[in-house]
Design a binder for this molecule. Structure first.
Ligand code: NDP
Length: 329
């Protein structure tokens, strides 16, 4: 029996080509659980893996999709049985292991978590890796002292996937959220998600001129990196932290060390990929508790497998608003 998958191939000249193909269970990589995938999503990394691979994909043909939610069909692991609803994020699935852009996936049981009670598989993927990462960033900031009432929390790349979920989760938890966006047309969307203040990208994207500016932000979730992150360092309140999540604006950090020395600020690195089971469950539990379902619904657009090549190009160009969910069936 065959099923549909989005397969990326590479030709002899090294160019990659993405298209929907029929594949079978025998094509899937080894693993102990077969999942009938219901939904996957498009994250920035998926954009890379749908195209040239960005150094993430080791071999072709390849099925990308760094996250998915669905129903267990077959399990050789006692933790899961047929009919269980499950979610997968991270563990380099969709990069070095075939991922969620298929109607079935075979993975290691260790990489799964049970679908959190109170979420549908579609809602879990509306959150997806981007949203889980936003939650991990909030947990890290709170572990370092962030509390509602400390002052405004800045979210960069706010209209993107990580940013949108971060804005909604922070606002729902009682934080005052300031959202940085380069797309002024998303202002109403961001305010609906809970942003109290909109900061235009150009107001904060310049190379640092003064290492210290006014103490403005109690914390920051940064999906952008580059000059913007460097600038935010000098605007943090004393002892505040930036959760460094992404690189949409660049990988170099043209920063001064002065904010570390004179304001005791911190950079907290967030890597969602190898998160231990307990931390993933903690993050999903808090997402289920905090995320208002209407806000989640407002950030979602639903697409099909055949839409993925275009969506991959769009997310790399910063054109995707909120979360793109893929209905693989
Ligand atoms: P999106 O493309 O959905 O969001 C990125 C946002 O960044 C854009 O929507 C845009 O927001 C802003 N942006 C894009 N280009 C630039 C630029 N040149 N300068 C300034 N801002 C820019 O991607 P995701 O939300 O999926 O991912 C965001 C980042 O987080 C990526 O770098 C990704 O690799 C990383 N990531 C990291 C994870 C981890 O475990 N550490 C997990 C998931 C993602 P706006 O239009 O509002 O300005």
């Amino acid at each position: 029996m065959t099923f549909r998958a989005l397969v990326v191939t590479r030709d002899e000249a090294g160019a990659t080509h993405a298209g929907v193909q029929e594949i079978s269970l025998a094509d899937l990589p080894a693993g102990d659980v077969v999942v009938a995938v219901e939904y996957s999503t498009v994250n920035y990394k998926d954009g890379l893996c749908l195209g040239s691979g960005g150094g993430l994909v080791r071999s072709y043909p390849h099925v990308p999709g760094i996250d998915f939610a669905g129903t267990v069909e077959k399990s050789d692991d006692p933790r899961y049985k047929p009919g269980d609803k499950v979610v997968l994020t991270g563990w380099r699935v969709g990069e070095i292991h075939w991922g969620g852009y298929a109607q079935k996936a075979r993975v290691k049981a260790d990489w799964l978590v049970p679908l959190p009670a109170g979420l549908t598989t579609k809602q879990a993927m509306a959150v997806g890796t981007a949203g889980l990462t936003a939650m991990l960033a909030i947990l890290a900031l709170e572990d370092h002292g962030l509390k509602p009432g400390n002052g405004p929390v800045l979210v960069t790349g706010a209209a993107g996937g990580v940013g949108s979920v971060a804005v909604a989760l922070l606002a729902a938890a009682g934080y005052e959220v300031a959202a940085v966006t380069g797309r002024p047309e998303t202002e109403a969307y961001l305010r609906d998600l809970g942003a109290r203040q909109i900061v235009p990208r150009e107001a904060i994207n310049e190379i640092v001129k003064r290492p210290l500016e006014s103490e403005t932000w109690a914390g920051c979730i940064d999906a952008v990196g580059g000059p913007m992150m460097a600038r935010v360092l000098g605007q943090l309140k004393y002892g505040g932290s930036i959760a460094s999540v992404g690189l949409a604006g660049g990988t170099t950090l043209p920063a001064s060390v002065v904010p570390f020395l004179l304001r005791g600020v911190n950079i907290l690195g967030i890597d969602s990929v190898p998160q231990p089971y307990a931390r993933r469950v903690t993050a999903w539990t808090r997402i289920t508790r905090d995320m208002p379902k209407d806000k989640l619904e407002a950030m979602v657009t639903v697409w099909r497998l055949a839409d993925l090549p275009q969506l991959g190009a769009d997310i790399l160009a910063g054109k995707v608003k909120g979360r793109a969910v893929i209905d693989v069936n």
